[in-house]
Design a protein around this ligand. Sequence first.
Ligand code: NI
Length: 131
Amino acid sequence: MSNQPILLSKALASFDALWSPRIVTRVNDYDVRIAKVEGEHLWHVHDDTDEFFLVIEGELQISLREPEGERTVVLPQGAVFTVPRGTEHKPSAPSGAAILMFEPTGTPTVGDRHEEIPDHVDATTGHDLNA
Ligand code: NI
């Protein structure tokens, strides 16, 4: 982990992989992760943790399966949203986006339960920024 300021634009320029988060820093037991995304992720659920999203560039959509039914929230650049623990969700970005996530260290990107993982999705707990 760096002891210097990290410019998110530079951090994002340092990798190309989609749906493959990089850990930019840690806060107590939480990771601050950034990812480039395009197309669809997969339906999954984190049983024990909320998941925070901030859109740095582009537009992110998050589909949610809630007790009342299914809906999709649209997050433009600059928007934040927290998916509550236990809520099945599927992020997508038809035109591409760069996002920042805040979640406990060790949280798998595909959740604790998920549908089949497509080839374009990296099932990971996050990679070091410079790895
Ligand atoms: Ni998630």
